[in-house]
Ligand binder design. Structure first.
Ligand code: WAQ
Ligand code: MG
Ligand code: MG
Ligand code: MG
Length: 255
């Protein structure tokens, strides 16, 4: 019999605003350690002390897990966020979007409110498709397979990239790029002390850009670009939220 797997999720809130959230897919013996790690993370966040920390542990049984490959990682180093945003536009165009659409995606992220989830954007109409626009669509049920975690951390360490932001973002972006109808993603963190972000797609991989916003700025988010001519939005959202997905390979990491 295969052992049961557990989804463990943390969410921290201050004055009704989202501060921090994270998720792992683990086996039973790892639960205690993860509860400690996630609690420490919620309490030590740069967005402030939470009023409320929610940790949920769910037995997801031994249902079929989809194993996926990661996007490969490349880093573009820029002097300032203006240059970074130019690079982001180019990467979106390389992913098949028009110049006008790419600009619209960037503007959307510049002006969005803090949300728990991501904006889902129809690349033809430029309309938002999330059922709840205040929340957005939250990707869950994604993690690195525990079998490769140690090797992954060693590989990231060599390039100075072994931190939670990178590990979680590459995992998430790899699932998102694999979702039905998704053609690209743009992201930067809402954490005021983390200025890096990325464009991700099958065409460009996970393209990190070292500056996409000014230091101290706490606006950030994600835009998932959806091609409505390919599939239904329900199918896409179902995959993003429900399908249990683990990454089974180490990504290639370019300097
Ligand atoms: N599903 C959908 N959207 C999410 C999720 C999720 N699971 N988690 C976060 N978001 C959205 C939400 O709007 C957050 O406010 C926003 O993304 C930013 O989340 O290579 O750390 O966790 O150096 O602050 C990217 C660069 C870091 C990493 C991204 O995002 C690198 C990051 P954060
Ligand atoms: Mg995060
Ligand atoms: Mg896709
Ligand atoms: Mg954040």
């Amino acid at each position: 019999m295969k052992e049961d797997m557990y989804s463990i999720k943390m969410r921290a809130v201050r004055k009704e605003k989202h501060i921090s959230g994270a998720e792992r897919i683990i086996s039973e013996k790892e639960i205690e350690v993860l509860v400690q790690q996630l609690t420490a993370r919620a309490l030590g966040h740069s967005k402030g002390k939470p009023d409320f920390i929610n940790i949920t542990i769910q037995n997801i049984g031994n249902q079929a897990i989809e194993y996926i490959a990661p996007l490969n990682i490349a880093t573009i180093t820029v002097d300032d966020y203006f240059k970074g945003r130019e690079c982001a536009i180019k990467a979106l165009q390389k992913s098949g979007l028009s110049c006008k659409t790419s600009q619209a995606i960037l503007n959307m992220l510049k002006t969005c409110n803090t949300m728990r989830g991501a904006i889902l954007l129809d690349i033809h109409s430029l309309e938002r498709l999330e059922p709840d626009e205040n929340r957005g669509v939250r990707v869950t049920n994604i993690d690195w397979s525990f079998k490769i975690k140690e090797d992954l951390e060693k590989a990231l360490e060599k390039k100075g990239l072994n931190n939670n932001h990178v590990k979680e973002a590459v995992a998430l972006a790899s699932k998102v790029s694999n979702a039905p109808g998704i053609v690209a993603e743009l992201c930067w963190s809402d954490d005021p002390d983390y200025t890096a972000g990325y464009v991700a797609s099958k065409d460009v991989g996970y393209m990190r850009i070292t500056k996409l916003k000014p230091l101290g700025d706490s606006t950030g988010g994600r835009v998932f670009c959806f091609d409505s001519s390919k599939t239904s939005i329900e199918e896409c959202i179902e995959y993003l939220q429900k399908k249990v997905t683990l990454i089974h390979k180490i990504p290639m990491i370019k300097d």
